[in-house]
Ligand binder design. Sequence first.
Ligand code: HEM
Length: 415
Amino acid sequence: MTTDTDDRRRAAAEGTSSGVLPPVRPWPASRPPGVDFDPDLAELMREGPVSRVGRPDGEGWAWLVTRYDDVRTVTNDPRFGREPVMDGRPARLAPHVVPQRDAVTFPDSSEPARPRRSVAAAFTARGVERVREATRRMLDELVDELLQDGPPADLIAAVLGPFPGAVICELMGVPAADRHEVHTWSRLILSPGHGTKAGERARDEMNAYFTGLIGAREGGTGEDVVSLLGAAVGLGEAALDEAAGLAVLLQIGAEAVTGHTGRMFHLLLTRPDLTERLRAEPAIRPQAVDELLRYIPHRNAVGPPRVATQDVEVGGVRIRAGEAVYVSYAAANRDPGVFPDPETIDFARYPNPHVAFGSGPQRCPGGMPARLASEMLLDALLDRVPGLRLAVPPDEVPFREGALTRGPDALPVTW
Ligand code: HEM
């Protein structure tokens, strides 16, 4: 990371038109309520496409890229890598789970890591269709119970918590008897409130669990993710430990869907105009899911940075080899050059090339299961619970503190 003295030397040597590099801004400074856009991030976007932000540990600064095209450049250009991030350098702007090395695409590469390629088929639109019917039955049961128990209810505890986990377990091929334990591990890994030690222990236990399951399906021919990983291990295309590391990451991805659908229903239940439209026009729901993915910020702050492996110019700024660059997908999704009138939720928006799932070789593999779960939840809750509404004022909904992704802890509803 770079210090003030380095800055001055560098600005003088480069002779930039203004003679100075952009000022270093403190960020993130605020935790906006609900699904609001971070006002400090909006301010940085107004200042320019490429900002400098102070590191949370006070040691120097890093670049922050907010414009859509620049975000795509940084995330797709192999001159930006994530290798140094694996060793804890540079510090992250928000809490993150450190995945097992080689499970994902951290090594510098323009290709997804090996185990990710082996399971790609399961995460296509066609791949996730395989689990639609089985998971619809599970969702029907959850909504039956919600209706039987009667209002009021916590929508997270009753439906939005368990359902995404069930979808991913079905996709993974996790046996029904193990699902409760798998869900508990996921929550321990991702909820900072339980402490780092508990999170690490849960990750190790879950890792051991998937190592056993994948090993038992080695050479298998099933279409579920664990079988695909078992086949890849059998063929020598992936090592057992990297396959298990990926399985853990994929399974805990279900929690991101709980967070997202929690934010989605929080927003919809405070915007009756949008909810009524979705009730009246079920055909627009798939497009609406994508527009809400674009509009609703997914993370607190940003994900782990990339590091330039050589000097690269981005957005008119020279980024030097070794410097860290954060990208904000939330900011890119509000770029008026790509999304006209970006502050408006427009279910008819077309095209809608949002980057809610990231971009480049490290983009999220969970886009299709996340869309499937979100659409099914809209169908079930809007059609089967017609009077669904918040049971408390919107600003009294408790949002998670200090977690990687944003989302309500509980969503009190009535009908
Ligand atoms: C609405 C729900 C979700 C959102 C908004 C979301 C968003 C993201 C984003 C922005 C990234 C980072 C991309 C980057 O670093 O450039 C990511 C990474 C990842 N996501 Fe998701 N995600 C969601 C659901 C899921 C699900 C359901 C799964 C699993 C099935 C999943 C698994 C992963 C994995 C494994 C990575 C790391 C990829 C890598 O570095 O190779 N996510 N996600």
